[in-house]
Write a protein that binds this ligand. Structure first.
Ligand code: FES
Length: 259
C-alpha cells in the first residue's frame, strides 16, 4: 500500500469541512460532485480511486455514477500524472488551424505520445477534443490554464517557460510517481465489471472523443444490430422500453430501502 493510499483517510478528514461547505452550496448534494473531485485532484495530483469512492459515499451516489462522470471530462486525470499536464486541442477548428503540426512538435520535443508521461515525471501529454476556444486555434491547456494561438514554432517557448518556472502555471502535486502511460484499463477501477456491454471491448476507452474516437460508433453499431449481449441486464442500463425503466427504478428503490 502506497503512502498516499495509507494517508488518504487523513486527507479526507482534513478536507471534510470543505466538502461539507461545497455540498451545502447546492440544492442537491450530488451537484457537488465536480467541485469535490477538483478539490481532491488539487491535493493528490489526480482523481484517485479512493477519492471517487469517498465522493460516492459522501454524496450518496453509486461508484459507477462517480466514475462515469469523472471519466467524461478530460479535466480530471484518473492516474498519477506529471507535474504539468499538457492537453492540446485536436478539434475541428484547431485542426484547420494547424493542430496536427503543433501536436507533432510536442511529441517530438517531449519524446512521448498521447497519454504518456516523460521519464522525469515532469510532463504528461494528451490530445483532447474541442476546448471551447475555437476562435484562437491552436489552443491547449497546461494544468487547465489556457494557451492560445500556438504554432510549431511556439512549442519550444512553451516548454522552456514551464521548465524555467516563468510560465505562471503552478505545478501539480505528485503524491504518487506516474507510470509511463496514464491510460486506464477498459474496466473501471472503481466499479469494475459493471460496464454496459456496448462499452466493453472497444479499442480505446481513453480516447477523448471526436474525430479520433470510434467508441460511440462501435456501441451504436451494436445497438442497431441488436447484439445479443445488450439484451441482458446491466448496471449502466441499456433499456428498451418504459417497463424496463420502471423495473430498474423499482429495483433501485428496493436497494435503497434495504440500506
Ligand atoms: S476546436 Fe480547438 S478549441 Fe474548439
Amino acid at each position: 500500500m502506497s503512502d498516499r493510499v495509507r494517508n488518504f483517510p487523513l486527507l479526507a478528514a482534513e478536507l471534510m469541512p470543505q466538502c461539507e461547505a461545497l455540498a451545502a452550496q447546492y440544492e442537491e448534494r450530488r451537484s457537488a460532485l465536480l467541485p469535490l473531485m477538483h478539490l481532491f485532484q488539487s491535493r493528490e495530483g489526480f482523481v484517485s480511486p479512493e477519492a471517487m469512492r469517498f465522493a460516492a459515499g459522501f454524496l450518496d451516489l453509486t461508484p459507477a455514477v462517480v466514475e462515469s462522470t469523472v471519466s467524461f471530462y478530460t479535466l480530471f486525470y484518473r492516474k498519477p500524472v506529471g507535474r504539468y499536464v499538457l492537453q492540446v486541442c485536436r478539434g475541428l477548428s484547431c485542426t484547420l488551424g494547424g493542430a496536427e503540426d503543433v501536436m507533432a512538435a510536442f511529441r517530438e520535443k517531449l519524446g512521448i505520445g498521447n497519454l504518456q508521461t516523460t521519464d522525469d515525471g515532469l510532463f504528461s501529454y494528451e490530445e483532447v477534443e474541442c476546448l471551447a476556444s475555437c476562435d484562437r486555434p491552436t489552443c491547449m491547456q497546461v494544468n487547465l490554464e489556457f494557451l492560445y494561438d500556438l504554432t510549431p514554432q511556439t512549442v519550444d517557448g512553451v516548454l522552456a517557460a514551464i521548465r524555467g518556472g516563468t510560465s505562471g502555471v503552478a505545478p501539480l502535486p505528485q503524491t504518487e510517481r506516474p507510470g509511463k502511460t496514464w491510460a486506464v484499463r477498459q474496466d473501471t477501477e472503481v466499479s469494475e465489471g459493471e460496464k454496459m456491454p456496448g462499452d466493453t471491448g472497444v479499442p480505446d476507452p481513453n480516447n477523448a472523443g471526436g474525430l479520433g474516437d470510434r467508441t460511440g460508433l462501435i456501441a451504436l453499431d451494436r445497438i442497431v444490430n441488436d447484439d445479443a449481449a445488450l439484451l441482458g441486464r446491466s448496471r449502466e442500463r441499456t433499456v428498451r422500453d418504459a417497463s424496463a425503466i420502471d423495473a430498474v427504478i423499482r429495483e433501485e428503490d428496493r436497494a435503497h430501502a434495504g440500506h
